[in-house]
Design a protein around this ligand. Structure first.
Ligand code: EPZ
Length: 425
């Protein structure tokens, strides 16, 4: 397996182009199943998860063409005929978003058989909200041998669905299902993450009728059919936030090209509170830190517009060298602290108390061999390695390749000493 090596201690300085958001690109790809016309997605990130989902869509009947650009790809998906309504375990167990084909398949074909999902091991991650929502829309659902069998022979019916908790995936799934249902669907307590907004905007471009986009109540009036469209994937707020934290960590200065400040304002304001300089401007965000040490700052992860759980690990890495004690509370996933023991290898002082991590800042981290446990945790280890004295080796980097495009190239261009060693077979 490949490893990433970092010789820490360099200040990052330069410009980083932010890629299209993984967590928008994946559900956007599944939206292609809703129409027999082509859906073209521009600003597509080049990621392992995109390729994995592409394989699943191919099995289901979407023909894909990819136009590789220097900075981003253009992908066209054309599901003229659905060849299969079965999403197999071999693929769905790899990435959670592939489970989300359930909504579009059921809406268009009135049946679907989808393996229970996999994805990062950060908690139990059940799918009860998806199932209850689709049942309310008239679907019959059985769980057999690890597969969700869903059917709605006469088509889905509009319904009022109030979710007890905010779920990104359930919102994507139910919103897509509702676009072709008979009548009005109201999703109450819906997620309003920027990626949901992006997908909703694409669905509208495809002919869907959706009101309340960006709020926690979505009103979707089903239509007979959707048509093709061209849509630009929103820029990745988690990638941007990760590099913003890296700039603060190394006492450098990075301009994040294409970043949309409002989509990760909660993270930017915490960085400001910790002592970083942040300027949001049209089409870019600049993050810098002068020589002064960062101050410990508390964080509680929340659904949007709160501090995102997908930046919790990276922020914890930053707090390991801040002055004072910071309390980091994870409210979204119950098992998203696996990076704690790896950060300890750098000499970080962190103790866990249920859903809270108490981080006592140390003067310096020391490079170490470490193991990535999940996607965002891998980014936290890279951030720690960038500031640590000596060499860090990050193992299991396939996690990183799932969600960060060309991370070594982007960081090297800003002066980091980081390289990948290919596995010898
Ligand atoms: C999405 O996961 C993202 N994944 C995650 O990013 C992100 O961390 C998460 O939303 C929260 O923002 C993608 O977009 C591909 P949820 P999702 O349903 O949809 C519970 C990354 O690193 N829940 O909003 O799976 C669930 O267990 C990934 O890119 C139920 O109880 O998250 C969790 O505690 C990791 N029942 C909470 O809701 C359900 O039926 C929020 O999960 C569904 C969810």
């Amino acid at each position: 397996m490949d490893t990433i090596h970092i010789r820490g201690g360099r200040r990052l300085k330069g410009r980083i182009p932010v890629s299209g958001a993984k967590n928008a690109a994946l559900p956007l790809m599944t939206a292609s199943l809703l129409t027999d016309e082509p859906l073209t997605l521009t600003n597509m990130p080049r990621l392992a998860d995109v390729r994995t989902l592409g394989r699943l869509l191919d099995v289901l009947g979407a023909d894909m063409s990819l136009d590789e650009g220097a900075d981003a790809d253009v992908m066209t998906l054309h599901a003229k005929d659905i060849r299969s309504t079965t999403a197999p375990y071999e693929i769905v167990s790899k990435i959670r978003a592939s489970f989300w084909v359930l909504g579009p398949l059921l809406a268009r074909c009135h049946e679907a058989k989808v393996s229970l999902p996999g994805g990062c091991a950060i908690g139990a991650r059940p799918v009860d909200l998806y199932i209850k929502g689709l049942q309310k829309m008239g679907a019959g659902i059985d769980l057999v041998d690890g597969y969700v069998h869903a059917s709605a022979p006469g088509g889905l019916k509009g319904a009022v669905i109030r979710s007890p908790i905010v779920s990104v995936g359930a919102t994507h799934t139910l919103m897509m299902a509702a676009t072709l249902a008979d009548g009005l669907t109201v999703l109450e307590n819906a997620a309003r993450e920027p990626e949901i907004v992006d997908v909703a905007n694409c669905l509208v471009a495809m002919g869907a009728k959706i009101e309340g986009i960006g709020t926690s109540t979505l009103r979707i009036e089903g239509v007979e059919r959707l048509h093709g469209a061209t849509h630009r994937v929103i820029s990745d707020r988690i990638e941007a936030g990760t590099y913003a934290i890296a700039a603060a960590m190394t006492g450098g200065e990075i301009v994040l090209e294409g970043a949309i400040g409002e989509t990760f304002e909660a993270a930017l304001s915490v960085l400001r509170a910790a002592g970083a300089e942040v300027e949001s401007e049209q089409g870019a965000v600049r993050v810098a830190r002068n020589g002064a040490r960062l101050q410990a700052t508390d964080v509680v992860t929340q659904v949007f517009p709160g501090f995102p759980t997908d930046l919790q690990a990276q922020f914890m890495a930053l707090m390991t060298v801040a002055e004072g004690e910071s309390e980091i509370t994870e409210t979204i996933f119950e098992n998203r602290f696996m990076h704690v023991q790896e950060l300890a290898r750098f000499g970080a002082d962190i103790s866990l108390h249920g859903d809270k991590a108490l981080v006592r800042g140390v003067e310096k981290l020391k490079g170490a061999p470490v193991m990535a446990s999940d996607l965002r945790a891998s980014a936290a280890l890279i951030i720690a390695g960038l500031a640590a004295e000596g060499e860090t080796i990050v193992n299991r980097v396939y996690h990183l390749d799932r969600g960060f495009e060309r991370i070594e190239a982007k960081l090297s261009a800003c002066g980091a000493e980081i390289w990948r060693e290919k596995a010898t077979q």
